[in-house]
Ligand binder design. Sequence first.
Ligand SMILES: [Fe+2]
Ligand SMILES: [Fe+2]
Length: 183
Amino acid sequence: MKPFLFWRTDWLLGFDEIDQQHIHLAGLLNRLFNVLGSDSTGANRELHQLLIELVETTRRHFHDEEAFMQPSGYPQLREHHREHALLLAELQEFIREIEEGRRHFTLQTLIALKHWQIDHVLNSDMAFADFVRQSAATTKDRSAWVTVAYEWRPVEGVKHSPVGRDTDAAGLNMRQTNASQRK
Ligand SMILES: [Fe+2]
Ligand SMILES: [Fe+2]
């Protein structure tokens, strides 16, 4: 049987770590779908735990993705960050409403989350991947960064810092690697 959200190969950006995180997020939506259809006694608790996991995984993903974009000079980074911040705030508010009994998690909500994920990846994340590809083709100076980008891994335990500042340890790590590669 086809899963609720099947991650197609033409939705891959070409950056392994980021793609794996998108697939992992899709997997969480599939688990939520399965729990929604279950009438077992622990389903409500499992649903709540999965929603908390979804928020935390989404937060980590947004942080990693922005740290990944930061050294590239991507001109849409602030808009991208705003889009991330908006969704995260909505997700957190949504969970609060569920915890306070003001709202129920329904299939319609899950479908909305699925569409948001697909739309964001295909439009906003893919726009960044296109920028990297174009930079690689036209800007010699960025090609070293592009090489590093394809091998990028998130740095564990790094706290999120506001976009545009030079204090992000993950970004710093990439810049250092990039500079050393240019020598
Ligand atoms: Fe993403
Ligand atoms: Fe994104």
